[in-house]
Write a protein that binds this ligand. Structure first.
Ligand code: GDP
Length: 287
């Protein structure tokens, strides 16, 4: 049972003391700021005895989290615009699941009849291109890779979007490098990538999706802040929810930055990318 829920229940018992704040809440996966906000929101009803049973508190808690997730994060569908090709950049730190998510997203779009081209923009790590080539084969997508060693990521993406435009692709999915997010040159590279694709198709990229590893807890928030500040994130992909991770901290990201979660990763297979459904996500957290 999540710590947040336990703490709320405990405080319901102690409500005569008139306090709902507890150090226990600080260690919950939701993070201190959002925990206080949620508890403050429920305080009156709990103190007035309107929320009596554990299940009433649990339901009220779920409603509060749903509100936080949907008030600013309701655009959960991909926004691909009307110009072809639509360009989706996938960004995030190494190991979070960028390449895997890109492969799964390609498969999902292809099943919907979308003509997909992949761009191997992680030119920093040679293995990343090999991995993306495998995903291209698995999903039956075409792919543009760097022609020379140590090519600039921005030129690979630019070349891919040009090909996408000339050959009538609907969507170009761009992988990017993920070396440490504190590494400034990565951020410079991402800015260059964004500019490069925008020069080929006005308005591109249509989406910049940040991949967040659901097991990283509170580290998600500084990562999201930094990527958002530099490249402007339009949506989140929350990965690895198939393990013990529940990804509660993403509620803070959605609330603070107003960026919707668009997909969740629930495994390593082709079919393991699902559209984000706030209610189902909350049920899993509080189950
Ligand atoms: P990248 O460095 O961000 O491109 O990350 P990768 O796509 O290479 O993924 C890193 C590892 O996480 C790989 O072993 C993936 O198979 C694994 N992975 C990615 N997404 C998921 C997921 O949703 N669930 C699980 N269980 N593993 C995942």
């Amino acid at each position: 049972m999540p710590i947040l829920f336990l703490a709320l229940s405990a405080h319901r018992i102690d409500r005569d003391q008139g306090t709902l704040f507890s150090p226990a809440l600080l260690v919950s996966d939701f993070g201190p700021k959002i925990t206080i906000k949620i508890v403050e929101g429920l305080r009156e009803d709990i103190l007035a005895g309107k929320l009596k049973s554990g299940s009433e508190i649990k339901d009220a808690l779920k409603r509060s989290v749903l509100e936080l997730l949907t008030e600013k994060g309701d655009k959960t569908e991909l926004q691909l615009g009307f110009r072809k090709p639509a360009v989706i950049m996938i960004v995030g730190v190494n190991g979070g699941g960028k390449t895997t998510s890109l492969g799964k997203l390609a498969h999902k779009l292809k099943k919907e009849g979308v003509k997909v081209l992949m761009a191997a923009g992680d030119t920093f790590r040679a293995a990343a291109t090999d991995q993306l080539v495998i995903w291209a084969e698995r999903s039956g997508s075409e792919i543009v890779v760097a022609e020379v060693e140590k090519a600039k990521a921005s030129s690979v993406l630019s070349q891919a979007v040009k090909r996408g435009k000339e050959q009538g692709f609907d969507v170009v999915l761009c992988d990017t490098s993920g070396r440490l997010h504190t590494n400034y040159s990565l951020m410079e590279e991402l800015i260059a990538c964004k500019k490069a694709v925008g020069k080929v198709v006005a308005g591109a990229p249509n989406e910049v999706l940040l991949v967040l590893d659901g097991t990283t807890g509170l580290n998600m928030l500084p990562q999201a802040r930094e990527f958002n500040e530099v490249v402007g994130i339009t949506g989140l992909i929350l990965t690895k929810l198939d393990g013990s991770a529940r990804g509660g901290c993403v509620v803070s990201v959605v609330h603070e930055l107003g960026i919707p979660v668009k997909f969740v990763g629930v495994g390593e297979g082709l079919e393991d990318l699902q559209p984000f459904v706030a209610e189902a996500f909350i049920d899993a957290i509080f189950s």
